[in-house]
Design a protein around this ligand. Structure first.
Ligand SMILES: Cc1cc2nc3c(=O)[nH]c(=O)nc-3n(C[C@H](O)[C@H](O)[C@H](O)COP(=O)(O)OP(=O)(O)OC[C@H]3O[C@@H](n4cnc5c(N)ncnc54)[C@H](O)[C@@H]3O)c2cc1C
Length: 314
């Protein structure tokens, strides 16, 4: 639904600014979706784990029940654009691995941000959640990012930690490794509020039967008994992660990937002169793992460590 601009102007804006079409859309529930977007031009080569931009015009209507927005008139003809990791459903309907390079669409896993907790309302997701199959939108041609598997060797263990839709790049990276017959273990742990917030749960169940070296761990913080709420940090502290891995965490042959909520990640501030790292509190995964010999890549791939991370907001 459009507002404030004349219909002809909106039509013209959509024609000039949009370059992609929604070809599939599945809502896990009203606020969580997996969407496939086909660009008008061919998809550029990229690595699993990278991201691109999605955008919709400020002239587009907002999903009901979201924070009220006030936009200056001169902004109305512009696009709201945000970064989104490329995701993957990993398995094709026949149970084989998806051949990502043959797809003419990119898959995204997106949660509706209804409120920012600040004065400025969320711009894009309240608009994305009005999309339907056939809807037009903007998708960036460039697919980029340092968050990828370039430092992983075939027999390394790989551990993915995510909150919510932060699992998106991990699904694509797991696909890349499994298709390349990765020899090390692959553990993907995802923390959400409720079980229904795990949009790919069924895929992971099937995948664990197909790939013996793949394990998906789901943690919830608002389901059932509040005393049973578990965070990803608990998984490391309790030793449960190591018992799932079947061995001690070994920084020499393990890469850890962290994606989503910055509080879970806990990226340290590195003092420029002394090199001393100061960690945010409460303790995030980076502090926990650096105390066990791991080293976070704070240089965006320039001085690669064995902890890699992507924060979805700051
Ligand atoms: C590299 C990268 C990849 C990303 N990939 C994904 C993805 O695959 N799926 C996805 O759902 N999001 C992803 N994001 C977040 C995405 O870019 C948007 O920030 C998010 O969709 C909210 O957009 P918005 O315009 O609705 O809200 P904005 O106007 O951008 O407001 C965002 C503010 O809302 C708050 N907020 C609450 N929950 C969230 C949340 N889950 N994400 C972001 N902000 C939140 C924060 O305070 C944040 O500053 C990614 C971000 C980055 C930097």
């Amino acid at each position: 639904m459009a507002f404030n601009l004349p219909v002809e102007q909106i039509e013209e804006l959509r024609n000039t600014k949009y370059n992609a079409t929604v070809v599939e859309l599945k809502k896990a529930h009203s606020d969580l979706m997996i969407v496939r977007v086909k660009p008008d031009k061919a998809i550029r080569p990229h690595r699993a784990g990278q991201y691109t931009l999605l955008g919709l015009g400020y002239w587009e209507g907002r999903y009901p029940g979201c924070q009220e927005e006030s936009i200056p008139e001169e902004e109305l003809t512009k696009l709201a654009r945000r970064a989104y990791s490329l995701s993957s459903s990993i398995l094709a309907p026949d149970g084989s691995y998806i051949k990502a390079e043959e797809n003419d669409w990119n898959e995204f896993y997106i949660v509706l941000v209804r409120e920012t907790g600040r004065e400025i309302a969320p711009a894009l997701t309240p608009r994305l959640f009005n999309l339907e199959v056939g809807s037009r939108l903007f998708m960036g041609e460039k697919i980029t990012g340092h968050y990828n598997l370039s430092h992983v060797k075939p027999d390394d263990d790989v551990i993915f930690f995510s909150t919510g839709t932060g699992e998106a790049p991990h699904n694509y990276m797991a696909l890349e490794m499994l298709r390349n017959n990765h020899q090390g273990k692959i553990i993907s742990a995802c923390c959400v509020r409720l079980g229904k917030d795990l949009g790919y749960r069924e895929v992971h169940d099937v995948l664990m039967k197909k790939a013996p070296n793949y394990k998906y761990i789901q943690l919830t913080t608002r389901e059932g008994d509040p005393s049973k709420k578990r965070y990803l940090q608990d998984l490391v502290r309790s030793g449960e992660l190591e018992s799932i891995l079947g061995s001690k965490l070994n920084p020499a042959k393990t890469h850890v990937y962290l994606c989503g909520n910055p509080a879970m990640i806990g990226a340290p501030f590195k003092h420029l002169e002394t090199g001393v790292r100061t960690y945010p509190q409460p303790e995030g995964i980076i502090e926990l793992l650096e105390s066990r010999g791991f080293n976070a890549d704070l240089g965006h791939g320039h001085a690669p460590g064995n902890i890699h991370f992507e924060e979805y907001w700051s």
